[in-house]
Design a protein around this ligand. Structure first.
Ligand code: KG4
Ligand code: ZN
Length: 328
């Protein structure tokens, strides 16, 4: 089965052609990050306008690189939410137009669930397992029981992990997106004289909280504007440590021997090393997607579409974005 994936939930306009949920024939990601950088973050109206300009070129490029004709596509999978309404509208509208033109069904998928399907690009995921999503929009733990069956285990009470890094980066005068910038700057020092708080949510051992980090970072930047690299180091440390503890504890408590990690922050090298090491001590394997499938892309959307193809039934003509769609 050949699936065309479309992703426009934030600032990446992405299209991909994936066969049988695994074989990526083409994956195109046109980012508007350069434009967003001028504003210091994602401006919803700007993102939507950029998607309108980029969506058809992205689809055309994906089809051309895959050397396939739109008529050979069996299903169109598109991110329906959560995300920015104006941005989602562009992807959903484009998917429906293509579905109508090619006479193919359209399936709206959940962006966070799609992140997990970055793993399917390496082969069918071995379920059940614990899943950790760490992106700019959300941070959560689930029991990934089966395809379409995700049980919530814990989630952030406020900011997402990536959001904490993005906000910290802004305070440090670094560019957008902040995660990679913080990682690069932190790598220029070997340690930091400061330890930023790793807040826990009382009575909820698998929940996360990152909003306090912003205030703590702000204070350090005010007092020590010259020590940006050390502050970046402390910030990265705090985010990584806040993720590792609850994740390994949840896997142990629920008896999972495997953790699938997904989302943009997964590209972070320190997180990969720390989590792998801590889990190994408990006899647990951590699986990370290839870095290029960690941040937003459409191959993961197409992969999820393959596993859920049966749900692409009649009535998709009325499909609309779901900007606040909650999973589980
Ligand atoms: O999953 P994603 O591409 O988009 C969302 O669905 O949110 O994640 C984007 C987030 C941003 O907050 C970005 O700063 C963070 O992932 N990120 C990183 C790295 N690369 C991207 N954070 C830490 N280290 C990285 N190397
Ligand atoms: Zn994402």
């Amino acid at each position: 089965m050949r699936v065309l994936g479309i992703e426009t939930s934030c600032d990446e306009t992405a299209a991909a052609v994936v066969d049988d949920g695994r074989w990526v024939r083409a994956s195109v990601v046109l980012s508007s990050a350069k434009v967003q950088e001028r504003f210091g973050g994602v401006v919803p109206e700007v993102a939507a306008r950029e998607h309108v300009a980029a969506i058809l070129p992205a689809v055309a490029q994906a089809l051309a690189e895959a050397e396939v004709d739109g008529e050979t596509v069996d299903l169109i999978a598109v991110t329906r939410g959560p995300g920015l309404l104006g941005a989602l509208l562009v992807g959903v509208a484009a998917a429906k137009c293509l579905g109508l033109a090619w006479g193919r069904p359209v399936l709206g998928v959940h962006h966070h669930e799609a992140h997990l399907y970055a793993h399917a690009l390496e082969g069918p995921p071995e379920l059940p397992a614990l899943a950790l999503l760490v992106s700019g929009g959300h941070t959560a733990l689930w029991e990934w029981v089966d395809h379409g069956v995700l049980h919530p285990v814990g989630a952030t009470r406020d900011d997402a992990a990536g959001e904490a890094l993005d906000k910290g980066a802004r305070l440090l005068g670094l560019g957008y997106p902040g995660g990679p910038a913080v990682e690069r700057l932190a790598a220029t020092v070997k340690s930091s004289r400061w330890t930023l708080p790793r807040p826990r949510v009382a009575g909820h051992p698998y929940d996360f909280s990152f909003s306090g980090l912003k205030t703590a970072t702000q204070e350090l930047v005010r007092l020590h504007p010259e020590a940006a690299a050390e502050i970046a180091y402390a910030l990265e440390e705090a985010v990584v440590e806040a993720l590792v503890g609850p994740t390994v504890a949840a896997a142990e408590a629920l008896g999972h021997r495997r953790i699938y990690v997904a989302g943009g922050v997964t590209a972070n090298q320190r997180l990969r090393e720390r989590l792998t090491r801590a889990a190994a001590r408990a006899g647990i394997t951590v699986v990370f997607p290839e870095p290029r499938w960690c941040t937003d892309n459409a191959a993961m959307v197409a992969a999820l579409g393959f596993y859920r193809a049966r749900e692409a039934s009649k009535g998709w003509e009325g499909l609309s974005p779901a900007p606040d769609w909650r999973l589980g």
